[in-house]
Design a protein around this ligand. Structure first.
Ligand SMILES: [Zn+2]
Ligand SMILES: [Zn+2]
Length: 92
């Protein structure tokens, strides 16, 4: 089994490495958010954003937005992976 395939095991979405909550792709977040905004649910739209998944471009570790901001963001370098120092991008 490849390293990356373990993050996408059957029937389960990708999860945050830190809090183990399910995270969603950027596209999925945007879709859900636009529904919430159209319904006037701005607090809900903000909650949805917390489920945005971020993936390390170097080692593939996944974090949610909340944990990324809490553990990973470095004032000098921006978001850098705690394991390898790599940069993060949106989970696609
Ligand atoms: Zn998390
Ligand atoms: Zn990394």
């Amino acid at each position: 089994m490849g390293f990356f395939s373990s993050f996408f095991s059957k029937g389960k979405g990708p999860k945050c490495m830190s809090c183990k909550k399910n995270v969603e792709s950027h596209e999925s977040i945007l879709t859900h958010q636009s529904y919430a905004v159209q319904a006037g649910a701005t607090q809900r739209a903000r909650d949805i954003e917390k489920k945005q998944g971020y993936v390390c471009k170097s080692c593939g570790k996944i974090y949610c937005k909340v944990c990324l901001e809490r553990h990973v963001v470095n004032a000098q370098r921006g978001a850098a992976c705690p394991s390898c120092g790599g940069s993060f991008g949106y989970l696609q």
